[in-house]
Design a binder for this molecule. Structure first.
Ligand code: F6R
Length: 249
């Protein structure tokens, strides 16, 4: 199902509301969270909703999608830092209930297996939030990642290094590898919200709409999912074919 909004704020509010309703209805929900610029307004609206309507968060549990290899949790561009900065430091959520991959791991295989296992042992993700890369990645599952993948270490594509390098003071500091939840872990979530905003996501959203399910476009795996909502602002929806827009609104 597509939801298309006039502005980024409205799209973010819709997504924040969905997260908030899930937390209200299921205080012990397991949430899969994402980082990136798309999620900043979502987290800020979620904080506002929780501020106005306090909810007991003591049983809520979160698992983030990914982290750069080589960055400590204190590095301002690490996803651990991002989550602390934009969400966790402002919430009454027990730190032991929040999970992100560790960017400084040494025994990669064991750590990756443990991450997917931890999610499964909690009964899986009740709601997974996703952004999308301009090359169609979800998490850091780059094009041609196997749809059966579990948490793994990935070499970041040239496109991702260009897109995300802009956040680093010096582009050469941009990590070459990351650890990411796998596509199979993501698809096992009971509910998925993929959100994309801005003109720079219009091409990939049009490609995704037209694409068959194909490992060349990781986000196309989501077409197999029975409870997927795609949340867009007008700009990200700008290149969806006319007939598609008619059928989705
Ligand atoms: C981040 C993540 C990525 C981003 C994607 C879009 O945790 O998993 O897939 O969602 O790269 O990033 P932004 O929102 O910065 O365009």
């Amino acid at each position: 199902m597509y939801k298309i909004f006039d502005s980024v704020e409205e799209a973010a509010y819709y997504t924040a509301q969905r997260l908030f309703s899930k937390i209200q209805a299921m205080p012990a929900a397991v949430l899969g969270l994402a980082t990136g610029s798309t999620m900043k307004p979502v987290y800020s609206q979620l904080l506002q909703l929780l501020d106005e309507n306090p909810v007991d968060l003591s049983q809520l549990c979160t698992y983030n999608l990914d982290e750069y290899i080589g960055l400590s949790a204190q590095h301002p561009q690490s996803y651990n830092y991002y989550m602390y900065e934009y969400l966790f430091s402002k919430l009454n959520l027990p730190p032991q209930n929040t999970h992100l991959p560790d960017g400084l791991i040494s025994d990669c295989e064991a750590v990756c297996q443990a991450y997917s296992h931890a999610i499964a042992s909690q009964g899986g993700l009740d709601l997974q939030l996703l952004g999308i890369g301009s090359n169609g990645h979800i998490g850091f599952n780059e094009p041609y990642t196997c749809f059966n993948s579990r948490t793994h270490v990935v070499e970041l594509s040239e496109q991702t290094r260009i897109d995300n390098g802009r956040f680093f003071d010096d582009q050469s500091e941009m990590p070459t590898h990351a650890i990411t939840m796998g596509i199979k872990d993501i698809l096992e979530a009971k509910e998925i919200i993929l959100m994309a905003t801005g003109r720079n996501k219009a091409e990939i959203m049009a490609q995704l709409f037209m694409s068959p399910i194909d490992e060349a476009l990781p986000a196309s795996a989501l077409k197999k999912h029975r409870n997927l909502t795609i949340v867009l602002d007008r700009e990200a929806a700008a290149l969806l074919p006319e007939q598609a827009l008619k059928s989705v609104i």
